[in-house]
Design a protein around this ligand. Structure first.
Ligand SMILES: [Zn+2]
Ligand SMILES: [Zn+2]
Length: 257
């Protein structure tokens, strides 16, 4: 178990994303793609209030990551960290309290926690993942990336806790109901990580994280149990001796370590 990080995935997937990452007295929300009410309820389940958050960290401008921001910003005036391109690309930015926007710096520090954004590969203006350092531990948030390049591997190196996208099962996606253009988008280098890609990424990590949250699982092209089984099979096939504790997130329930 992670000694320092508490992670709670309130929602994950194309219908909305919001994750609480807390260490010591510092807590951040990564993305706010669900209603303010659901976010507040999720925080409450973890014994937190929106005003306990040091801010909301935005990964990219897609609606499933930002739709809750207007109400959240009006009600609680929380700082919203987004890089300039993401902010400009956010269609609902005019509904967000302007004073809440903070330009995402290269690194930010709050209460002993250091947050570092890193570039990911997705069809958005300037999408990022985040790594969090607190004391000797590291937690990394990585969803919405078409593939994992060397820079992303480097950014996730030595993570103790990893929130990792396992978006789709490639067979289910290919034979499923999505139109061809959308299938190609998801499978492309600026789309989403498959179960297999997530499994191999994990299997090839120099140091295995203690805890992994499989996230952004598609409702149409995946199943939580299939994502878990695929990742576990790849880990065992590749001879990994130390296995992480794996949590599978689903759209409706809060998943907490
Ligand atoms: Zn997304
Ligand atoms: Zn996206």
């Amino acid at each position: 178990m992670s000694k320092e990080f508490e992670v709670a995935v309130i929602a994950s997937g194309s219908k909305g994303n919001a994750t609480i990452i807390k260490a010591g007295d510092t807590a951040f929300l990564v993305d706010a793609g669900i209603s303010c009410r659901r976010i507040t309820n999720g925080l409450k389940e973890c014994g937190l209030h929106p005003l306990d958050l040091s801010g909301v960290l935005i990964t990219h401008e897609h609606t499933d990551h930002v739709s809750g921001l207007p109400v959240l910003s009006r009600k609680y005036k929380l700082p919203i960290f987004a890089n300039e391109k993401t902010w400009q690309a956010m269609e609902l930015r005019n509904e967000i309290e302007r004073s809440c926007h903070r330009l995402l710096p290269g690194q930010l520090s709050f209460g002993g926690m250091t947050v570092s954004p890193f570039a990911i590969s997705h069809d958005a203006a300037s999408p990022v993942g985040y790594s969090f350092l607190f004391k000797e531990e590291k937690c990394t948030y990585l969803t919405d990336s078409g593939f994992v390049n060397e820079d992303i591997k480097l950014a996730s190196l030595n993570s103790d806790v990893l929130i990792l996208e396992a978006n789709h099962d490639e067979e289910m996606l290919k034979t499923g109901p999505y139109p061809r253009v959308l299938k190609e988008r998801i499978l492309g280098t600026r789309g989403h990580l498959s179960n297999t890609a997530a499994g191999w990424f994990l299997a090839n990590m120099e140091k295995m994280p203690q805890e992994v949250f499989l996230a952004h699982i598609s409702q149409e092209n995946n199943k939580p149990e299939l994502a878990l089984a695929t990742v576990e099979r790849i880990l065992s096939d590749s001879g990994c001796s130390v296995l992480p504790r794996i949590f599978v997130t689903s759209q409706g329930d809060l998943v907490h370590n």
